[in-house]
Design a protein. Sequence first.
Length: 337
Amino acid sequence: MLLWAAAIFVFGAIAGTLAQNRYDWKALLGTQVSKTRQLDTPKDHKDQSESGGRSKSVAKQTKQPTAIAPGLKDTGPKQTQQAQPAQQTQAQHAQPTQQPQTSQTQQPRQPAQAQLPRMALVIDDLGHAAPALVQRLCSLNVPLTVAVLPYLQHSKESARIAKSRGMEVILHMPMEPLGYPGTGKDPGPGAVLFSQGEADVRKNVARAIADTPFAVGLNNHMGSRVTPDRTRMTWVLDEVKKSGLYFIDSRTEKDSVALDVAKELGIPALERKVFLDDSLDAAEMTRQWERAVAMTKHDPLVVIIGHIHPETVEFLEKAIPAAKREVAFVRASEMVR
C-alpha cells in the first residue's frame, strides 16, 4: 500500500514538472532536431555554394559596368577614348609648320607668256627666197605666220619647211597694185587684176589656194588697185570663205574695204598694223619694231608684217629674244578665234 502511494506521488511530481516546462521541452526537442539536420548535411556543400556564388558575382562584375550613383556622370572609359583624339590634335598643333625652302640665289621670275600682250609676226613673199633662208627664218623659235606666193620656184618647198618647223602657212594672194603695169608693179603669176570679170577672179583665187600646201589663211600681195573695190573684194573673199580660210588685210592701200567686206561675209579677219621693213635700214626697222611692241599695250590685235629678206631675218634674230620679255608671239590665226 505504501509502495503504491509512493508511486502515485512520484508520478504526480513528474507530471507537474513536465506541465511547467512544456515549452522548454519543445525547444529542447527543436535544438536536438537542428543539430541532427546539421550533421546530416555534407560538409563541402556550403563551401561549393559560397564558392559558386563568388564566381558568379565576379563574372557579373566583369561583364556589367560599375553602377553609377544618380546625378553623377560616367567618367570611365569613354572619357579616355575621347581624350586621345584631343591629345593628337594638340600634338599636331604643337608641331611647327614647315615652310618650303627657297634658294637665296633664285633668279627673278620671268613674266608668264599668258600674261603678256600678244603680237602676230607675219613674213611675206616666201617662194622667191632660197630654202636656206627659209630654214633660218623658221629657226627663230617663236610662232610665226608665213605668207607664200603661188607658182614660184620655191613656193611649195617653203610651205613644207615652214609647216615642218611648226609655223603657220597662209597664201600670199597676188593682186593688181596702183601703177600696174609700170616698173616694179608686177604682182606675179595668177594675180587678180582689176580688168578681170567675176569668173576669172574667182578662178584665180581658187587655183592659188589649191596650189599652196598647208594654207589656213590668205592675205593680199600688193593689191592697192583691187582692195578699195567692194565688188571685186566680194568675189575674192567669197572664195576664201568657201575654202574655210581666214583673212588678213595687208593694208597696202589706206582706202581698202577688204576688212569690212570680210566681216560682212562672216570671215575671221585681221588687218596689218605695222610694216617692219619698208626700209631695210636697221635703225628704221628698230623704230617700227618698237612701235609695234608699244601698240600691244593697248591694242590686242597687233599684226606686224615683214618680208623674207636676209636683212630682215638678221634683224629678227637679234630683236625677238629681247621682245619675248614684253610680248607673247602668236600665230595670226590665234587672234581671230
